[in-house]
Write a protein that binds this ligand. Sequence first.
Ligand SMILES: [Zn+2]
Length: 129
Amino acid sequence: MKFGLAAAIQRRPGEIDYRLERQRILAAYRSGAQTTLQVCDAQDELVRNAAHCGAPVSEPCPVCDGSPLVHVTYVFGARLPSSGRCMTSVAEMQRLARRRAPYTAYVVEVCTACRWNHLVRSFLLNPLA
Ligand SMILES: [Zn+2]
């Protein structure tokens, strides 16, 4: 199911990709302009969600090289908590996508070993709503 969630969030309408910003931050980190403390600052709740709801991805952590990364997806919109809802399954995202209100999903990559985290992309869950 977790792999299914990762696959389900590929190439969505209204998608914004944040890879260039990721590269900029990692370049600053590797040059010494940013410290590990600055780039590995995932809050406890994000690390917990990554451990329990994260979808494994094939790419390793870019900071501590070798630790596995996961994607955590948060959805924001009507009747959801102001801090968003962490998605636990494809079915949960599909239920929200069927509602007649706009929802936006944000996918964050997280390393639970070093706390590296970065927004990977965002997309409209139900672009026709
Ligand atoms: Zn790491």
